[in-house]
Design a protein around this ligand. Structure first.
Ligand SMILES: Nc1nc2c(c(=O)[nH]1)N[C@H]1C(S)=C(S)[C@@H](COP(=O)(O)O)O[C@H]1N2
Ligand SMILES: [Mo]
Length: 329
């Protein structure tokens, strides 16, 4: 087996860092304690079930000793352990490849995420249509371990690799009227079989307020566990916003557009009373159909309390001062 590194170099399997080595190298908890955690409750849903039934299945999406871009430790909590590779890459939400948790891995194996182009457009002084390699080249790759809390009340701890979204936005030079950033997933039903079914109004789209997009915790991700993103995790480029529910982390991005008004977002359009634009992790505001007060960490059996802003309140709560977070869910 060979693996292409993000700089394009082919790595022989002897050079591919195994999960356990990778963890040890970073002086994380010995991988032994992390492995062996089975999956509970994974449920496959046929891709052609009725839209209502499918929508009903979306109930849902963590700190370390790392340094963040703010220059201070944002640390995993002492009881946060990186979720095993098998779970991070085998228990997924990516409806373009089916709605079951094991569908994305199973149905995305033939997807080829190369070559890939990313458009940057809208209210910017420097729009562009970039080959992914050129798009990434000016930025420094960073490794960040973030908790991910799905709105379905499960969570993981994932070692991502990527670049600050702020780099990309600043390079594009937003013009005076730019207030929001819209992201769009590839639309290609030939390559993304789930798009042949009207589960969502394809292509999947997402959005952030400009200040959220510029926040140093917000990442454009190209890798996980030091390897290129597997297809099921959103290859070759996806968003990660750790204080928001997982559905904000749009996968396989082909377009980034700066806008003056709040952009439409896939889940908000589908079920507006359940999924808002902000989608900040908030244990005090329940989903209409289940509690958000606690979560199941994949691989663990006892539920744990969900933290405001998914544990990143010190970094991001000030973005929302003066806002009613019950109304702006
Ligand atoms: N394009 C697209 N992006 C998506 C989704 C999707 O169905 N399509 N699912 C979202 C949801 S609900 C979650 S929880 C995360 C899951 O990311 P992961 O599978 O890498 O853990 O991806 C998000 N990004
Ligand atoms: Mo999710």
């Amino acid at each position: 087996m060979t693996m292409t590194r993000h700089d394009g170099r082919e790595l022989p399997s002897s050079e591919i860092t195994s999960e356990s080595l990778w963890l040890n190298r970073r002086s994380f908890i010995a991988a032994a304690g992390v492995l062996g955690a089975g999956l509970v409750g994974a449920r496959a849903v046929a891709a052609n079930e009725s839209r209502a039934a499918l929508l009903g299945t979306l109930a849902g999406g963590p700190s370390s000793q790392g340094q963040d871009a703010l220059g201070k430790p944002y640390g995993l909590q002492p009881n946060d352990r990186p979720t095993p590779w098998e779970d991070v890459t085998g228990y997924n939400n990516f409806y373009e490849f089916g709605t079951g948790k094991d569908d994305p891995k199973e149905n995305s194996q033939e997807f080829v995420a190369k070559p890939w182009t990313v458009k940057v457009e809208g209210l910017v002084g420097k729009p562009g249509n970039y080959q992914l390699e050129d798009f990434l080249k000016p930025s420094k790759m960073e490794d960040r371990i973030y908790r991910m809390r799905c709105v379905e009340a499960w969570s993981m701890v994932i070692p991502w690799r990527g670049i600050p979204l702020a780099d990309v936005i600043k390079r594009a030079q937003p013009t005076a009227g730019a207030n929001f950033v819209e992201f769009t997933t590839l639309l290609d039903p030939k390559r993304m079989p789930g798009q042949r079914y009207p589960v969502l109004d394809w292509p999947y789209n997402e959005g952030l307020r400009l200040d959220e997009a510029l926040h140093p915790l917000t990442l454009l991700v190209t890798g996980v566990y030091g390897k290129d993103l597997p297809n099921q995790n959103g290859a070759p480029l996806r968003l990660v916003v750790p204080w928001k529910y997982g559905f904000k982390g749009i996968k396989s991005i082909v377009r980034i557009r700066l806008t003056s008004t709040m952009p439409p977002t896939a889940w908000n359009e589908a079920i507006p009373n359940e999924y808002g634009f902000y989608a900040n992790v908030n244990p005090a505001v329940d989903h209409p159909r289940w509690s958000q007060a606690s979560e199941r960490r994949i691989g663990e059996f006892r539920r744990r309390p969900t933290l405001p802003f998914n544990g990143y309140a010190d970094e991001v709560a000030s973005l929302y001062s003066g806002m009613d977070l019950r109304r702006n869910y």
